[in-house]
Design a protein around this ligand. Structure first.
Ligand code: ARG
Length: 590
């Protein structure tokens, strides 16, 4: 369906043309004086100079062309030359009725579906998942869902950090603690045990311990590096041990992501492309892109138009070791071979922006991608505590993701069960659903690139611009519809009976509903889930206003009541579709 604002503008443009003016002057915007009108057009003001005429005269002429308009109930030309517009109830009612009949509530899928890979999550094996990875998962998941909803073919890849020094640190520490393990016996040729030689808890304790010690003890660090080297050069026992570490970590990661309602199509890691690196480096050398600089192999990526210094992209260190970017470049190569994406989107902390600029330029210059392939970086800000500094635990440590989720869950449970006696198992489950909404909405409602303050009290509040407020609104609608059903009504049979609005708050609700397609489209174009959040917040407000002004179920006029029930069902469906695009859901009751 066309967007409501486009239809309105079309009508206004025709009027400008009919009155003998440039039709482009007829652009309509939402009113910035909602107390006076619903929409406005400032085209007469803009045209005054061009036509050497007082704007109010132009406005009056245009207004007379709209006296029989099917779109506008009222067109007021007001000094000095604005056109204040009010929509016809039938026009709006029909638009919303058509939305109901449409599969995606009036949203048109893209005419140019693209193959897109989103690289998000980015957790590191053996290191616990911490809140630094939270934003990537939350924003990436939502962007993925929005792109898919618009009809793009999207693959989400977690891009595990599974190949760095952290692996050597863990292995080396394990070797110190359990030297008898067969993995460390380099003369061993038999099969390795199927059971991992550690539990998840042990594994999680190993990394922080080893990481701390390596910073204080050079010999220890050298041993860890040698373990990393053995792994990377394919020593059997180290590879077998690595497999165990991956298996144990990935199982745990999947559990965590599942709790966050985040799902990846690919579980590739940095390790997946290591075999491709030598060939890629050879080509870069052979084609003359890469050269030696102070022992290291680099590719120049600066461009004439640069206003700031963009350092060369380092491909191999002077000791021949590959780096974080070498892996990213090889990953691009693999993705081009396996998935032929039109676009690859990376979602990380914005501090990696320059890094990705180098990688993208290098990939283009060395022809790992075609000139049409779009490489896009989306950087997000930091999640801060109330003190404005990066969020920490009470004792000052880095907060683990699990603990953070648990904290919100407990707070939500407390709020939900206060003054109420719902069965415990159900309220636990409800708390889980609402807590996720609190956390995700708290994050997604901010523009991604900005830092934000993690405020558990505000996020879990049922009032204001919060996830729980949105869910309360949905649950309220569900409970009205359930009551209607209890009294022998049938939501299914009346849900397409949307009628023109009968009062102001109903009209406002319809105008909000009608913005669904435009809101999702702009959230998609700008990779901006916060736009969708702003939309559902306004929609929830409009609904609650309507609800407080209207006695829905006690309405005597059956036709009127059915129209409202239909409107409620549509509001519920649009809200639930929207929160699904944000990556959370609503319970049946709260
Ligand atoms: N593992 C990295 C980290 O923890 C994030 C990976 C981001 N993605 C990428 N393709 N480099 O910082």
């Amino acid at each position: 369906m066309k967007k409501l604002l486009d239809l309105i503008s079309e009508e206004m443009k025709n009027a400008f043309a009919a009155a003998g003016y440039d039709r482009e002057l007829g652009k309509v915007t939402e009113s910035n004086r909602p107390d006076l009108c619903e929409y406005q057009c400032n085209g007469a003001m803009a045209g005054a100079k061009q036509y050497k005429k007082a704007p109010i005269m132009i406005a009056n002429e245009v207004a007379t062309k709209l006296t029989d308009s099917m779109v506008f109930e009222k067109v007021a030309a007001v000094a000095p030359g604005f056109l204040n517009l009010t929509l016809k109830k039938e026009f709006l009612g029909n638009y919303v009725k058509d939305m109901r009949a449409d599969k995606k509530y009036g949203l048109e899928e893209t005419k140019a579906p693209a193959a897109i890979i989103i690289d998000y999550g980015g957790p590191n094996i053996a290191k616990p998942l911490h809140i630094g990875h939270l934003r990537s998962a939350i924003i990436g998941e939502s962007v993925k869902r929005i792109l898919r909803y618009l009809g793009h073919h999207v693959i989400g890849d977690v891009h595990l950090g599974d190949w760095g020094l952290q692996m050597g640190l863990v292995m080396n520490e394990l070797k110190i603690r359990k030297p008898e393990l067969v993995y460390f016996d380099e003369t061993y040729t038999g099969a390795y045990p199927e059971e991992p030689p550690f539990t998840l808890m042990e594994l999680e304790e190993l990394y922080p311990f080893a990481s701390k010690r390596s910073k204080e003890d050079d010999a220890y660090k050298a041993d860890a590096m040698s373990c990393t080297f053995k792994l990377q050069s394919g020593v059997r026992g180290y590879r077998a041990l690595w497999d165990h570490i991956i298996a144990v970590s990935v199982t745990d990661l999947k559990k965590n992501y599942e709790r966050l309602n985040v799902e990846f199509d690919l579980w590739n890691g940095e390790s997946a492309v290591q075999d491709m690196i030598p060939g890629m480096v050879e080509t870069m050398k052979k084609e003359g892109y890469a050269y030696l600089s102070e022992g290291a192999l680099v590719v120049d990526v600066k461009e004439e138009t640069d206003t700031k210094e963009i350092p060369p992209c380092m491909i191999l260190k002077s000791d021949g070791a590959a780096l974080y970017n070498t892996t990213d470049l090889a990953t691009i190569m693999m993705r081009m071979e396996q998935n032929k994406p039109d676009r690859i989107i990376y979602m990380t902390d914005k501090r990696q922006e320059l890094y990705f600029e180098q990688v993208f330029r290098c990939a283009k210059k060395t022809k790992l991608v075609n000139s049409e392939t779009e490489l896009k970086f989306i950087g997000f800000g930091t999640m801060n505590g109330k003190d404005g500094k990066p969020f920490k635990t009470r004792d000052g440590g880095v907060m683990r993701l699990e603990s953070l989720i648990q904290e919100i869950h407990d707070e939500m449970f407390k709020k939900i069960t206060k003054n109420r006696n719902i069965e415990d198992a159900e309220s636990r489950q409800t708390a889980e659903i609402v807590a996720l909404a609190a956390l995700k909405y708290g994050d997604l409602s901010n523009q991604a690139s900005k830092d934000y303050i993690f405020d558990i009290d505000r996020f879990t509040s049922s009032e204001g611009d919060t996830g729980p407020y949105i869910l309360y609104t949905i649950v309220r609608i569900k409970s009205i519809l359930a009551k209607y059903m209890e009294n022998n009504g049938n939501v299914q049979t009346v849900c397409s009976d949307i009628k023109p609005p009968v009062n102001d708050s109903e009209k406002e609700l319809m105008m909000e509903l009608a913005k669904f397609n435009a809101s999702v489209e702009s959230a998609c174009e700008e990779y901006a889930p916060h736009k969708l959040c702003a939309y559902i917040y306004n929609l929830a407000n409009a609904f609650n206003h309507f609800y407080h002004e209207t006695k829905i179920l006690t309405e005597e006029d059956a036709a009127k009541k059915e129209g409202w029930v239909a409107l409620l069902a549509l509001t519920r469906d649009i809200l639930e579709t929207s929160i699904d695009l944000l990556g959370f859901s609503a319970p049946e009751r709260m």
